[in-house]
Design a protein around this ligand. Structure first.
Ligand SMILES: Cc1cc2nc3c(=O)[nH]c(=O)nc-3n(C[C@H](O)[C@H](O)[C@H](O)COP(=O)(O)OP(=O)(O)OC[C@H]3O[C@@H](n4cnc5c(N)ncnc54)[C@H](O)[C@@H]3O)c2cc1C
Ligand SMILES: [Cu+2]
Length: 320
């Protein structure tokens, strides 16, 4: 078998989707290792790239992370650049369809589009400066002015990267006025603080938290009650019924067979069984009006022993 990199038909057309650290490192490595055997193209909607690791500090007024122009980075790597997003992949034809409607062919496709971030809780302040700047700044103003006595920093269950929560807890303690301390509690489902870094790091962080007076609650997943959360049991058949009093909506639960239209005057019924515990996003997938992008809920699939239905055996995420 011949390597695709030594084809006689010219360089291999590599399409890299995503200008985060994964996509950009792939481009750099390709150029370094395969040189002229590849013709890379970078597809991403972003104008700039910045190291997200500095994001928490930025919110507290530290110097913002340096921004790099994505087009300049692509030029420096002698790569093609499309400022667009991938909408669909056609594997048969080896081409992608872009959100703008055009198509781009590829020999090899690298998908590095990152994770989809969404708020785990309806309640509380989502610590995301890019999407929730006003609420984050209001919280920091209140902490600095001594208007809050306590703050709980909650790491949602299933968060893979919990470090920002620890940074946030330390910075909150530092931001409070010396004379008006704020009680900071960090709640995480990790068995040990910063579990991904192993036991020595855990012990160090535990000692630092202690020294800063931050209360640590670990090994527990926090629930922040909300009308947007519906808790359902793992490993047994459930029947879901959806109704709408206003207009047509569409509902799906990610990673399951649940996907239905919801039409005024009818009750949509779906049977399913959740095969693993965890949080699943339940968005509306039918454009239903101005509030559509805000129309989502979280299905928390819990072990059957934790499942607490109403007396009639039902649960509901709608406020009755
Ligand atoms: C506040 C914060 C602090 C962090 N601190 C650290 C740290 O200290 N150390 C550490 O190692 N990690 C840290 N991380 C984690 C790190 O940022 C991520 O692991 C990393 O960004 C993942 O890189 P990625 O390229 O896979 O995805 P992303 O950085 O999410 O990039 C995805 C890219 O894909 C693009 N994209 C999305 N959809 C499409 C589409 N349909 N078509 C084309 N392009 C698309 C996006 O615009 C973006 O350019 C932190 C994360 C956050 C949020
Ligand atoms: Cu909708």
């Amino acid at each position: 078998m011949t390597s695709p990199l030594v084809s006689d038909d010219g360089p291999l057309g590599v399409l890299v989707a995503g200008a985060g650290v994964a996509g950009l490192e792939t481009m750099v490595a390709l150029r370094g290792l395969a040189r002229d055997a590849v013709a890379p193209t970078l597809v991403a909607p972003d104008d700039t790239f910045a190291l997200r690791a500095l994001g928490v500090f930025e919110a507290f007024g530290h110097a913002p992370a340096r921004r790099y122009e994505v087009s300049a980075l692509a030029r420096a790597l002698d790569a093609g650049r499309r400022r667009d997003a991938v909408a669909a992949v056609d594997r048969e034809r080896r081409e992608i369809r872009l959100r703008s409607g055009s198509t781009v062919p590829y020999d090899v496709l690298v998908v590095a589009v990152g994770a989809v971030a969404y708020p785990a809780y309806d309640h509380g302040v989502l610590f995301d400066l890019a999407r929730n700047q006003r609420a984050v700044e209001a919280l920091l103003r209140d902490v600095r002015a001594g208007r809050v006595d306590s703050v709980a920093v909650v790491v949602p269950r299933q968060s893979a990267w919990s470090l920002p929560a620890y940074e946030l807890a330390f910075l909150l303690v530092g931001a409070a006025r010396p004379a008006r301390e704020v009680a900071v509690t960090l709640v995480t489902a990790e068995p040990e603080p910063l579990a991904a870094f192993g036991p020595p790091a855990g012990e160090m962080v535990r000692a630092e938290l202690d020294a800063s007076g931050i209360e640590l609650v670990c090994g527990l997943s926090a629930r922040v009650p909300s009308a947007r959360i519906v808790e359902l049991p793992h490993g047994r058949p459930v029947t879901l019924r959806f109704a709408t009093p206003d207009v047509v909506h569409g509902l799906l639960i990610t990673g399951t067979n649940v996907n239905t239209m919801v039409v005024p005057g009818f009750v949509s019924q779906v049977h399913t069984e959740f095969t693993r515990t965890g949080d699943l996003l339940m968005p509306c997938h039918e454009y239903c009006g101005l509030g559509h992008s805000e129309m989502w809920a979280t299905v928390q699939v819990v072990p059957e022993s934790d499942f607490k239905p109403d007396r009639d055996g039902r649960v509901s995420c709608a406020q009755r």
